[in-house]
Write a protein that binds this ligand. Structure first.
Ligand code: PRP
Ligand code: HPA
Length: 262
């Protein structure tokens, strides 16, 4: 790989102690867990045996003109995201086969992943052959914010959802990225305390390999990524890049160009 100006994240998010999402708490039917399986590991640049992993140059993809010089390379193309999300949807459909699932989209970063996942779940339920059980889902949104630019403020603001609506439900939080884990390690206990759901699990599109991690692990994960600041597919830097299909790595020029975008 040659994305040598890619931006890594260096500041500490000051996360609290390790937390993980809780398992389903009722015993209505035995299920074979497919959680945390099939995670695709995106290697670090020049990493050991994986050093021949394909470098995906910006010029090989359709990228909005204003972003072409602001990212060093494509990390995860949209097509690969879609394929992985379809598999996660299949696993979720199987595991919650006899339950009504309540998806909780964590805005704003989780929105593209959420729409892709819920479309895949609808498609699965619509196929007679896979629709052997009584899988159903409903959904809601929660706004959670802690980052400014590329750094966590250390304060997680949770707004925009009535906790009463989540009471007694099987919740699946749909989140774009576990970075330090601060956001999820605060959101999950907050919901458990204020909403008393039947169960809470977390589906994350990506988990970052970072020394800043507080140890939080999601239940369903599509990609395991290097410690780089990623943008696109609803992930932002100062609100820029959310309108880019592929997940890319921001570069120094991008950091400068969109510094005052908010
Ligand atoms: O694991 P962490 O270190 O807490 O970082 C992950 C969180 O940071 C981002 O949210 P942000 O605060 O930028 O809000 P946004 O979703 O509106 O972009 C991202 O969408 C995750 O929610
Ligand atoms: O890598 C990232 N990209 C965008 N938003 C983020 N919030 C935490 N980490 C990131």
């Amino acid at each position: 790989m040659s994305g040598k100006d890619a931006v890594g994240v260096t500041k500490s998010g000051n996360p609290s102690a390790g937390t993980s999402a809780h398992a389903i708490s009722d015993n209505s039917s035995p299920i074979v867990s497919t959680r945390r399986t099939g995670i695709i590991r995106i290697p670090d640049e020049g990493e050991g045996e994986s050093s021949d992993a394909p470098f995906l140059p910006v010029s090989s993809f359709l990228i909005p003109p204003q972003y072409q010089d602001a990212v060093s390379h494509v990390l995860i193309p949209h097509g690969l995201i879609q394929d992985r999300v379809h598999k996660l949807a299949f696993d979720i459909n199987q595991e919650y086969a006899d339950k009504t699932l309540h998806l909780l989209c964590v805005l704003k970063g989780g929105s593209s992943f959420f729409w892709e996942l819920q479309t895949a779940l609808i498609n699965l339920s619509s196929h007679r052959r896979t629709n052997t059980a009584k899988f159903q889902f409903s959904f809601d949104f929660v706004r959670v914010k802690s980052y400014e630019g590329t750094e966590s403020t250390g304060k997680v603001q949770i707004t925009g959802t009535d906790m009463k609506n989540l009471r007694g439900r099987h919740l699946l939080l749909v989140e774009d990225l576990i970075d330090s884990g601060l956001t999820m390690s605060q959101l999950v206990p907050y919901i458990e305390k204020n909403a008393a759901p039947a169960s809470v699990r977390v589906a994350a599109l990506m988990e970052k390999r970072t020394h800043r991690s507080c140890g939080f692990k999601a239940d369903y994960v599509a990609f395991d990524i290097p410690d780089l600041f990623v943008v696109g597919y609803s992930l932002d830097y100062n609100e820029a890049f959310r309108d880019m299909l592929h997940i890319c790595v921001i570069n120094e020029l991008g950091i400068e160009k969109f510094k005052t975008n908010a």
